[in-house]
Design a protein around this ligand. Structure first.
Ligand SMILES: Cc1cc2nc3c(=O)[nH]c(=O)nc-3n(C[C@H](O)[C@H](O)[C@H](O)COP(=O)(O)OP(=O)(O)OC[C@H]3O[C@@H](n4cnc5c(N)ncnc54)[C@H](O)[C@@H]3O)c2cc1C
Length: 374
């Protein structure tokens, strides 16, 4: 039972209720407040901290490696790929403009590494066309460039070729969460952690959500920002969860690289963070097991990550793995997020297809505009 004091401060009636305290929910609250400072907003989060992808990812502000983008073109065509890439790019500009140094935003650029001659050849054949199409987005005619120096300078083994760009960056995802959170609390946005929403009822006039621990909340508008965990509310979207496992080493002396890296079509990614190597990925080794909403790690993927560290990334160095963790991403057939006003008092912004660091700010801004006009 809530006390008088708790009920007085943590009311259960708001203009806007947002379900999920990941980046999407936080950016949405932030843009709604920017537009209408007097709106009362509460964020309901099932975990004691955000419990999805936002504080579990690798801290990359990326909008697509060349092979990922070319794969997207094959799957969804140029128009949709460029539209998505432009939104990711704009999202990263929003992060940079709003937070920059306070979230360790480092414009270090990114490189895709290749060990297979044929695959590198095939990717470079399409690079001119890709650069031409991207120039309108990034404002630079040669966004991607073949970069052999990085291979020798970094002392990698196994990787023979690299394609780099200077527009991508590294961030501290924990700091991004915390900056957004502090900013929202200072504007009187209420956070209810440990409060899982079990169902939503939205009719023409009001919306209600039901929680196990605190019962019913009422609002003029409810927004679902639950990414991989949205099938409970939006079963027709058929969102597939995808677990990403990550390891981090203990600090290593004299690390020879300071960029963000991708390889194997974006399925693996690594970077230097405080002289430790953070390496994640490997979902493609065991798609079936990794299509899960459950956090956890598996031997098969951890062993592969460790193998890449010792054979490819740190072949000449002694290192120790400090610890591992996982986060849950969301994927769909269309490979594009679902962000819509569903009813005048209900909206959703979900299924970031593994690119929500970049996409969430842009989509949240767009949705905040639509909510204001619905
Ligand atoms: C290992 C890894 C690497 C990644 N790499 C990149 C990258 O390089 N670039 C990039 O752009 N993106 C990357 N991502 C993806 C990115 O982190 C996500 O797309 C983004 O954080 C999604 O944000 P979100 O707010 O939509 O979802 P989430 O962060 O998952 O937040 C959803 C929140 O909703 C809460 N929730 C769910 N159900 C309920 C309920 N019923 N009631 C209350 N709360 C609920 C969850 O607990 C969660 O906190 C990566 C993700 C992982 C895991």
């Amino acid at each position: 039972m809530l006390s008088f004091w708790e009920k007085d401060i943590f009311k259960q009636n708001y203009d806007i209720l947002i379900i999920g305290s990941g980046f999407t929910g936080l950016w949405l609250a932030s843009f709604l407040k920017k537009k209408s400072p007097l709106l009362s907003i509460a964020i309901l989060e099932r975990g004691t901290l955000p419990s999805g992808a936002s504080t579990k990812n690798a801290g990359f502000a990326c909008f697509g490696s060349p092979s990922e983008l070319l794969q997207n073109v094959q799957e969804i065509g140029w128009e949709k790929t460029l539209e998505m890439t432009s939104k990711r790019y704009e999202g990263i500009q929003i992060i940079k403009q709003n937070f920059g140094k306070s979230i360790d935003y480092k414009p270090c650029g990114a490189s895709e590494l290749f060990s297979d001659d044929d695959f590198f050849e095939k990717t470079t054949q399409n690079l001119n066309e890709l650069n031409k199409e991207l120039s309108g987005i990034v404002g630079h005619p040669n966004h991607f460039f073949v970069d052999q120096n990085i291979i020798s300078e970094s002392q990698f083994e196994g990787f023979k070729f690299a394609i780099s760009n200077m527009a991508e960056a590294s961030i501290h995802s924990g700091k991004l969460f915390y900056e957004l959170y502090k900013n929202l609390v200072s504007q009187d946005v209420k956070f209810f952690f440990g409060t899982a929403v079990e169902s939503i009822e939205a009719d023409a006039k009001t919306a209600k959500v039901y929680t196990k621990n605190l019962g019913e909340f009422n609002a003029s508008h409810v927004s679902i920002c639950t990414n991989a965990f949205s099938n409970l509310f939006l079963p027709e979207q058929k969102i597939k969860p995808g677990r990403g496992q990550v390891i981090i080493t203990k600090p290593i002396l004299n690390l020879t690289f300071d960029k963000t890296f991708h390889f194997d079509k974006g399925y693996y990614y690594f970077k230097n963070i405080g002289n430790r190597v953070l390496l994640g990925g490997g979902r493609n080794l065991d798609f079936e097991t990794e299509t899960t909403e459950q956090f956890g790690t598996t031997d098969i993927i951890l062993k592969q990550l460790e193998k890449y560290l010792s054979n490819f990334i740190l072949p000449h160095k002694n290192f120790e793995i400090d610890y591992a963790w996982s986060g849950i991403m969301a994927f769909n057939e269309a490979k594009t997020p679902f962000s819509e006003i569903l009813k005048p008092n209900l909206s959703a912004c979900v299924c970031m297809n593994g690119m929500g660091v970049a996409l969430a700010p842009y989509l949240a801004k767009e949705l905040a505009e639509m909510i204001g006009n619905s």
